[in-house]
Ligand binder design. Structure first.
Ligand code: PLP
Length: 377
């Protein structure tokens, strides 16, 4: 009998590396240095080598990573930051929490990433930051973003929570990992992320030594020396247990990315000729690490019907994201109106994501694809 199909299957993934993970956890317990233990430093160095950055600053989660990044930039009051409306809430939330204004930009129908041709028209004298979100696992157009940032003297924070390990190939000839192109990169180790721990975790990347020092300080109550507070900080740590787990999982990340890409290729082939559905567009300048495999249907009604019918066949689906951020109650005071970002609004009505994880087999994939194609005949 076929195994239950899940959106993610963390238990089966764990079972394949059970001995390694169990030994790592036991090793931490035996040393009992649960905070700032050796594994935190070790994992940070391994991750720095993996993405090729000078500094990895571990922290408690991907949202804190963004907050620490924003805080380190010391922006003037009422600064504005550019961010896609079709996005997870974290960057918008922390920017607004710190008193800055999110200036939303619409997205592209095919890749789901920010429409970088619309950035310049959103820039005002108060704009200080562009948040480059690499949504669903592939990089946004970083050549364009870095070009605009240079021209207008803006910082770029790359939100790499969904794209760790993705590679961006610049028109200038270099290839770099997502999160290491802008001034600061942030990521999340939420369990279902491509590199996930067994709780919460996050990290920040930068090649800028001054920013690195400042961010380490902010993440540690604003202290560089114990009980000496240089700046207002927070307490945001990756604990030793999570670091030890991540250090094991990092060794498997290439393999995990390949497994996700294989699933995506299978889906692409199964749905590419189905006129009632659009497969995700692959952007030529980036590899895609498929945090999500997200399809687009023709209407909200059709999308909801598909979800219902797949659920009847025990095929789970999720909607990332059901509502654009510019229309969320928390952000209405910024004055955005329905219709302002039509692509983001349309995507929220028409997208759905299929099961995507490292443990999917051909039987599951065939079952999902046959059923979806049958409904969409
Ligand atoms: C794009 C993006 N940014 C930031 C975050 C926040 O990460 P965390 O849940 O670790 O705070 C997430 C997590 O879902 C995300 O998808």
């Amino acid at each position: 009998m076929m195994q239950n199909i899940q959106m993610v299957d963390l238990f089966s993934q764990y079972n394949h590396i059970k001995t390694e993970i169990d030994n790592a956890i036991l090793g931490v317990i035996e040393k009992s240095t649960f905070i700032n233990g050796e594994a935190v430093k070790q994992f940070s160095q391994h991750l720095a080598d993996f993405v090729q950055t000078d500094n990895v600053i571990p922290c408690a989660n991907g949202t804190d990573a963004l907050q620490i990044a924003f805080s380190a930039l010391d922006l003037p009051k009422h600064s504005e930051f550019i961010v896609p409306s079709f996005n997870y809430v974290a960057a918008v939330e922390v920017g607004a929490f710190l008193g800055y204004k999110p200036v939303f930009v619409d997205s592209l129908l095919g890749t789901y990433n920010m429409d970088t041709d619309k950035i310049e028209q959103a820039i005002t004298p108060k704009t200080k930051v562009i948040v480059a979100v690499h949504l669903f696992g592939q990089c946004v157009n970083m050549d364009k973003i870095m070009g605009i940032a240079k021209q207008y003297n803006l910082y770029v924070i790359e939100d790499t929570a969904q794209a760790i390990g993705a590679k961006y190939s610049s028109r200038r000839g270099w290839i770099r990992s997502a999160g290491t192109i802008g001034h600061i990169g942030t990521t999340s180790f939420f369990p279902s992320k491509n590199l996930g721990c067994m709780g919460d975790g996050g990290a920040i990347f930068t090649d800028n030594e001054e920013l690195a020092q400042k961010m380490r300080c902010i993440a540690n109550h604003g202290q560089a020396v114990k009980y000496t507070y240089k700046m207002i900080g927070i307490n945001s740590r990756l604990d030793t247990m999570q670091a030890a787990i991540l250090d094991v999982k990092l060794k498997h990340l290439h393999k995990y990315i390949e497994a996700r890409q294989k699933v995506a290729n299978y889906y692409d082939n199964a749905f590419k000729n189905n006129k009632n559905i659009k497969i995700p567009v692959r952007y030529e300048s980036s590899t895609h690490v498929f945090h999500q495999y997200t399809l687009q249907t023709i209407s909200k009604e059709k999308r909801n019907e598909i979800q219902k019918k797949l659920a009847e066949k025990n095929i789970p689906t999720m909607i990332y994201y059901p509502s654009p951020l510019h229309l969320q109650e928390a952000y209405t005071h910024f004055g955005y109106k329905k219709g302002e970002f039509p692509v983001a609004e349309n995507l929220c009505d028409t997208v759905f994501s299929l099961p995507m994880h490292t443990e999917m087999n051909e039987e599951m994939l065939a079952y999902i694809c046959e059923n979806l194609n049958e409904f969409l005949k």
